[in-house]
Design a protein around this ligand. Structure first.
Ligand code: DGL
Length: 265
């Protein structure tokens, strides 16, 4: 194993930075390429076939070019749709992001859990299976909160976001039958932990949020145990499309230790 081989952390946009933060905390010495498919963002409204084709195609190209030691799909939408396919076609360990229903089921006291994800994520059989396996004795209410994805993208570009967006996400769960009993909310999209403070205000202090980032970091530590890491160059943020907004992201990327920005050729 080349000690300079990076971890490749992939998302449709900047959401995966919430996962990268936990990976950094666990493996500060690991070289990282953070790849954002901003050319395909958002994935939430896309069909399963479109998401699967993009994710498999891009990760194939990036693997050939950057020879990562491990790929982390830091995106619930991409993982719940395409994790199996990516593992079938790539000869690299792949860690996915799946909605944290299991820990939420262990934490809820009321027995009612909310789940915020993209439209594509909340309809996946993968989520049905997690619910059946870990939350069969709980009530799980789902809400597609795609507009939180653009809110997180705007926030990290330094733009102001209308707080009505957060109120709509909270209302989308609370106003469902039984929704007033929600005490635990699964943030089943990696963009949403970037809005934790805003969501906490919208839901109120009695609601706790759960996401999968720490578990993913633990899994990566386990899979890379015993490997050497050398960061030979500053870590790279890689985008699939040049856009004016990328310059506005530079401070946020630097905050996550990504000092170089490139567009995939
Ligand atoms: N960050 C992605 C997720 O975890 C989705 C955002 C998008 O709609 O592209 O689901």
């Amino acid at each position: 194993m080349d000690a300079k081989a990076p971890l490749l952390v992939f998302d449709s946009g900047i959401g995966g930075l919430s996962v990268l933060a936990e990976i950094r905390a666990a493996l500060p010495q690991a070289p990282v390429i953070y790849a954002a498919d901003n050319g395909g963002l958002p994935y939430g409204p896309k069909s399963e076939a479109e998401v699967a084709a993009r994710v498999c195609g891009l990760l194939g190209r990036m693997s050939e070019r950057y020879k990562p030691r491990l790929i982390c799909i830091a995106c619930n939408t991409a993982s719940t749709i395409a994790l199996g396919m990516v593992r079938d076609v790539l000869n690299v360990p792949v860690v996915g992001t799946v909605p944290a229903i299991k820990p939420a089921a262990g934490l809820t006291r009321s027995g009612t859990i909310g789940l915020l994800g993209t439209a594509a994520t909340i309809r996946q059989g993968y989520v049905d299976r997690l619910e059946a396996e870990f939350a069969a004795d709980k009530r799980l209410l789902r809400f597609a909160a795609g507009e939180l994805v653009s809110a997180a993208e705007a926030k990290l570009r330094g733009a102001l976001v209308d707080p009505a967006v957060y109120a709509r996400a909270a209302g989308g769960l609370r106003e469902q039958p039984g929704g007033e009993a929600i005490d635990t909310v699964v943030l089943a999209c990696t963009h949403f932990p970037l809005l934790r403070d805003e969501l906490q205000q919208a839901f109120g202090p009695q609601v706790q949020f759960v996401d999968g980032a720490k578990g993913i970091a633990r899994r990566i530590v386990h899979l890379t145990a015993g490997q050497d890491f050398v960061r030979a160059a500053p870590d790279l943020a890689l985008f699939t499309r040049a856009e004016d907004g990328l310059a506005k992201l530079v401070p946020a990327l630097a905050h996550y230790g990504l000092a170089r920005v490139e567009v995939l050729k």
